[in-house]
Ligand binder design. Structure first.
Ligand SMILES: Cc1ncc(COP(=O)(O)O)c(C=O)c1O
Length: 382
């Protein structure tokens, strides 16, 4: 390992997760992989290539800059959708490259119509409906103007999609709100049909909604977190394992994060370890210094609290997490050496540091911890 740490992406796990997701949907429903946020921290190029190798041909990103990176990798016939931020200056490129994009304001709709007109090629747009999340999308009051604008612009735009997003389907406490959103979306689809505006694909579900509201799958599901091998919430993990006791967790973590021992030190009893006075050695101890700190995404809140695996043993982090390193208690290990593998997230023998345990200890969500892993850590697929 040349770098201080390395992220490995496990292809067998990804293949397992893809087939789990495919089992949840009808054969005709398209699986669109959500790879925004640097593919949830997994490394967008590496992860997209793995998805392509495993037969996934539909991708969703947040912004035009992510789309440019993914588009370079896609063979003809793939679908790429920008769900969020898009500057007017990027519209000609999207249209030229057949990159599809969400439209959730009149401003963007008018821009798309104008640029399509100028370029002589149809923009491939997805109209997003506001159904009760209050983030982005056209609401009821916009409907008459929206429908008439779309109707009059038929020759300039291709209605690639009609979509919405649920506000927290992973938590049962949001049940009523999600039901209302589902009903609102169904009503919105009917309005489009009445106007004879027929979208190529209707879509609404993220991972949690795909699992919980199958009647809302429509033509395409936008799945992120499940593909990476994580449940959208602890509640859903428990729900699944209760309903499927023979296979309580069908998902496999794709990511593995490891480092190595940089230095080893003996510490006499009574000494403070690291900065300040946050940990005192009560007996003679041996510590290993690992070259990973908060600058590399190892949260400072894991000071005196995190755990790593070395030689199959779960060992505690001692003292404060520094910018570039942590100290770990290796007093137990007799033959530890500089260069030994240190597992930060992953398995050694029968021991595991899961992302969930890691993120619970650092009080971060799975999503947050993953996307904060710095881009500079090399991502390697195997
Ligand atoms: C609009 C939209 N669709 C789909 C997803 C995928 O969500 P998940 O990772 O929970 O499957 C997201 C992620 O936040 C999103 O913003």
């Amino acid at each position: 390992m040349n770098e201080t740490s390395e992220i490995n992406l496990l292809n067998d796990s990804l293949l397992n997760n893809i087939s789990f997701v495919r089992k949840q949907i009808h054969k005709a429903t398209e699986l669109c992989a959500v790879v925004k946020g640097n593919a949830y921290g997994h490394g967008i190029e590496t992860f997209v290539q793995m998805l392509l190798n495993n037969g996934v041909t539909s991708f969703a990103v947040f912004s035009a800059d992510e789309a440019r990176r993914v588009n370079l990798m896609l063979p003809i016939g793939c679908r790429l959708i920008i769900m969020g931020d898009l500057d007017e200056a990027a519209l000609p490129w999207c249209i030229e490259e057949n990159v599809e994009f969400y439209v959730f304001s009149f401003e963007r709709l008018k821009q798309a119509i104008r640029v399509s007109h100028e370029s002589g090629k149809k923009a491939r747009i997805h109209i997003e409906l506001e159904t009760g999340m209050y983030r982005t999308g056209f609401d009821d009051t916009n409907m008459p103007e929206l429908l008439s604008l779309l109707d009059s612009a038929r020759e300039f735009i291709h209605l690639s999609g009609l979509c919405t997003h649920f506000a927290g389907a992973e938590l049962i406490e949001n049940f009523d709100r999600i039901q209302i959103q589902a009903a609102n979306f169904t009503a919105g689809i009917e309005e489009f049909q009445k106007q004879n505006l027929i979208p190529q694909t209707v879509h609404a579900c993220c991972s949690a909604a795909m699992m919980r509201i199958p009647e809302m799958h429509f033509d395409l599901v936008r799945v992120g977190i499940l593909l990476y091998g994580f449940w959208p919430s602890k509640e859903m993990a428990i729900e699944y394992s209760t309903l499927h006791p023979s296979e309580p967790n069908p998902l496999r973590r794709v990511i593995q994060w490891k480092s190595r021992v940089m230095s080893i030190k003996n510490v006499p009893a009574g000494s403070w370890i690291g900065y300040g006075e946050s940990f005192a050695a009560r007996t003679n101890m041996k510590i290993a210094i690992i070259p990973v700190g908060y600058a590399h995404g190892y949260a400072r809140s894991l000071s005196n609290f995190g755990q790593v695996l070395i030689q199959g043993e779960k060992l505690p982090v001692l003292g404060l997490v520094n910018m570039n390193c942590i100290s770990v208690d290796v007093t137990l290990l007799n033959d530890i050496a500089v260069g030994d593998e240190v597992m930060l997230i992953g398995k050694q023998d029968d021991q595991e540091i899961s992302v969930a345990s890691f993120s619970e200890r650092s009080e971060q969500l799975n999503y947050e911890l993953l996307t904060r892993l710095p881009h500079s850590i090399p991502r390697i697929s195997n």
